[in-house]
Design a protein around this ligand. Structure first.
Ligand code: HEM
Length: 405
């Protein structure tokens, strides 16, 4: 790897333990909040594409500071990564343009909508999926449930025709798998653009009460969103809203199933689901690491960082910082609640956090209400896997349909 200023030794871990990258994060935290190097696997990146200056923020304070200083730690880096597949969106904007654009699109995510979406969309979707497997007495809750429900929810929130769901699901999965197959993701991106343009056009002729309708009519000071801004934002919702939610709900179910006492406590008292969701997000965030680049020479936790450096912003490590949480490496839904960073912080704080929490609450609550005696089948060693995206390989369970609870 090329290095210009020898600030401190560059640390590139060998092959990353995809089953458990947390000991690596802890080792780096023990050496300081920031280091020169990366928590990502760059082994398949050609030398010519390697960033010259790589740093990683791993403590809670360092990650929090990076998120809250978009002027120095800039999101434009996404233009060269996911932006190639989804187009220009708020994810890669900073300052005034970000603020203005975010205001326009957030009109479609008003809290008022959540109260309606829960009974009208989320509950029917979740119940419909459970109907499909409840009589079998067994299921893989990843394949049959967590992987599917956020896609169905989003397609209904957008107001897409029911018959389009299989096509939409296929294209959405191809787009979010952009790191695995670039060509297929580009094709999916182009197909989704044409599809969304047709949906936008329909709503221009006849307004609808759904997210695409809201985006078409959103207006601030006479400003409307362009078609490109709308279809790019809709494509952003796939990695931002589908992938994160299916992975985080799977992580929570895995953690509960492998901590039986906590599972039983939540099963007996559904009021505990909210705190279980937060602890699940802290302990096993679905997205451990995002990136920023520095616009000027700066310093983070005493480490000088030059302009033009790529920074790994390691949410997964920040969420286990022992300076912020006692027994930080333990999953404990009863711990004192201290905010985590899984939804980021500052100007790019997740726009879908209330929706994600609501979807997960309804999913867990409905599963626990409709299934009883849920048992985890561990023969094939199901486990949480991946870096930077993490979720269970599978969640095989057996159960009985619950008598009306
Ligand atoms: C548990 C589920 C979720 C997690 C953990 C999560 C996490 C995040 C994180 C970490 C960011 C900041 C990324 C960065 O700045 O580099 C983000 C941004 C965003 N998220 Fe989420 N997200 C979740 C669910 C959702 C849902 C359900 C939606 C909408 C359907 C959504 C929409 C967005 C959008 C639009 C942004 C961009 C905000 C901006 O740049 O101003 N997210 N999310």
């Amino acid at each position: 790897m090329r290095v210009d200023t020898p600030v401190q030794d560059v640390e590139m871990d060998g092959p990353i333990d995809l089953r458990d990258p947390y000991p690596m994060f802890a080792r780096h935290r023990a050496e300081g909040g920031v280091f020169r190097g990366s928590v990502m696997d760059w082994s398949k990146t050609p030398e010519s594409l390697m960033p010259e200056k790589l740093y990683a923020a791993v403590s809670f304070d360092a990650v929090n500071r990076v998120f809250r200083d978009g002027k120095v730690f800039n999101s434009k880096i996404y233009d060269a990564t996911i932006g190639l597949f989804i187009g220009p969106t708020i994810l890669a904007m900073e300052g005034k343009p970000h603020w203005e654009h975010r205001n326009l699109v957030s009109a479609a995510f008003k809290t008022r909508s959540l109260a309606r979406w829960e009974p009208e969309i989320v509950r029917p979707v979740v119940n419909g999926l459970i109907d499909e497997f409840i009589d079998k007495g067994s299921a893989d809750l990843v394949r049959d449930f967590t992987f599917e429900f956020p896609t169905r929810v989003i397609s209904r929130l957008l107001g897409l025709p029911e018959d389009d769901l299989p096509w939409f699901r296929k294209r959405a999965v191809e787009l979010i798998s952009y790191t695995i197959n670039h060509k297929r993701a580009f094709e999916a991106s182009a197909a989704l653009k044409d599809y969304f343009l047709a949906q936008i056009e329909k709503r221009r002729c006849a307004p609808t009460d759904d997210i695409i309708g809201d985006l078409v009519s959103a207006e601030i000071d006479g400003e409307h969103l362009t078609d490109e801004a709308i279809f790019s934002f809709l494509r952003l919702l796939l990695p931002a809203g589908l992938e994160t939610t299916y992975r985080s709900s799977g992580n929570l179910l895995y953690l509960l199933l492998t901590h039986r006492d906590q599972f039983d406590a939540v099963d007996a008292d559904h009021e505990l689901i909210g705190q279980a969701i937060e602890e699940g997000l802290r302990y096993e965030t679905p997205l451990t690491t995002v990136q920023r680049f520095t616009t000027e020479d700066t310093e983070l936790e005493g480490v000088p960082i030059p302009a033009g450096a790529v920074i790994d912003v390691c949410i997964g490590s920040a969420n286990r910082d022992e300076k912020r949480w006692e027994r930080s490496e333990e999953f404990d839904i009863f711990r004192k609640r201290v905010p985590h960073l899984s939804f980021a912080a500052g100007e790019h704080t997740c726009m879908g956090l209330h929706l994600a929490r609501m979807e997960t609450r309804v999913a867990v609550e409905t599963l626990l209400t409709r299934l009883s005696d849920i048992r985890f089948v561990t023969d094939d060693d199901p486990h949480i896997h991946g870096q930077p995206f993490r979720s269970p390989t599978a969640l095989p369970v057996t159960f009985s349909p619950a008598a009306a609870k």
